[in-house]
Ligand binder design. Structure first.
Ligand code: UDP
Ligand code: MG
Length: 330
């Protein structure tokens, strides 16, 4: 290792009491092995309703490296992750899930790339252990996302990864509400590289993502990084107009040359229903973008902090809300 660095782990946690003891042990072991420091672990408790918060407070009291940022309610994974990123102070930050699907033991591997001069090291998941249908969905989603997005998004990369201080500082300035953090990380730029790491099964507990929530997350990704869905309406409209023009020509030909009127009650009904469907569909697409404008314009903070527990200085109230516009004071 070239020069000693201070590593921060940013970990969003929601109802993970079953994995916490193992998580704490494994992350601390990994940090113990890495020279430099003092390293830190910033947990964000995303409004857990089990013993997660109590366990984390206890951990923070017992280890000066551990801090807990407790949110006032459940704000969702990406908001909790943002809160964690807003509170780390190391030279490099590693984002990792609490459920040990991403092995903390691979952190030195990420660090190696950082020392080769990369600002962002993202992890591409290979050999996922999720059910086949879900893996198929992930496969299609990441490829669709990459095709639609104006930013170059790596395939199969999750939030697990490392960021240098300067990359993180840029990421922190992006305060959009429907967050797709891995996309924002690509947007930031600098030198980025992927490493392929096997994704384990959840150590314990259940995934916090229902199918609906995953779908919402996927839509956040697409709508935040692409306006192709808007253009698709124009494209489809163009194609339909062209087809109707051809049909008009044919109708004229049939009437004037062949002296017969075009029949087609069924075709009429079908095309009316089809085109009303298309209209409503794209009204919905426009609605998604308008809804997002509305969310942004309200300018609400991304999360609200209930309290912060730092390893060595005890419980602290959050900074006043005025200093924390959009949940970030830096
Ligand atoms: N998480 C969170 N808030 C939520 C949902 C999840 O902070 O509302 C955390 C969760 O504790 C875990 C990470 O986000 O550390 C990823 O969640 P999960 O493992 O359920 O997602 P999956 O890996 O199944 O996509
Ligand atoms: Mg998980």
């Amino acid at each position: 290792m070239n020069s000693p660095v201070r590593i921060s782990l940013a970990i969003p946690v929601y109802n993970e009491e079953a994995v916490l003891p193992e998580l704490l042990q494994r992350t601390r072991n990994v940090l113990d092995e890495i020279p430099g420091g003092p390293h830190e672990i910033v947990f964000v408790d995303d409004g857990s309703t089990d013993r997660t918060q109590a366990l984390l407070e206890q951990a923070a009291h017992g280890d000066p490296r551990i801090s807990l940022v407790a949110l006032s309610r459940n704000f969702g994974h990406q908001a909790a992750l943002t809160a964690a990123l807003d509170h780390v102070s190391g030279d490099v930050t590693v984002v990792i899930d609490a459920d040990l699907q991403d092995p903390p033991e691979s952190i030195p591997l990420l660090l190696e790339k950082f020392e080769q001069g990369y600002d962002v090291v993202y992890v591409q998941r290979v050999k996922r252990k999720e059910p086949l249908w879900l893996r198929a969905c992930f496969f299609v989603f990441y490829r669709l996302m990459a095709a639609l997005s104006d930013v170059q998004l790596p395939l199969d990369a999750g939030d697990f990864g490392l960021m240098s201080r300067r990359a993180l500082e840029q990421l922190r300035t992006l305060r959009e509400h429907h967050r797709y953090v891995r996309g924002l990380r690509s947007w930031v730029g600098f030198r980025q590289i992927g490493v392929r790491i096997e994704r384990a099964e959840r150590h314990a507990g259940e995934s916090k993502y229902s199918v609906l929530r995953r779908l919402k997350g996927a839509m956040d990704g697409i709508f935040a990084f692409s306006i192709v869905p808007l253009r698709a309406a124009a494209l489809l409209g163009g194609v339909t107009m062209f087809l109707s023009f051809l049909f008009a020509l044919y109708s004229l030909y049939a009437k004037l040359i062949q002296h017969k009127s075009v029949q087609g009650f069924t075709a009429l009904i079908l095309s009316i229903i089809f085109l009303s469907g298309v209209n409503l569909f794209f009204l919905g697409v426009i609605g998604e973008y308008v809804g997002r404008i509305y969310e942004e314009i309200k300018g609400r903070p991304l999360y609200v902090i209930s309290h912060i527990v730092r390893g060595n200085s005890g419980i602290m109230p959050p900074e006043p809300a005025s200093a924390r516009r959009s949940g970030y004071s830096g």
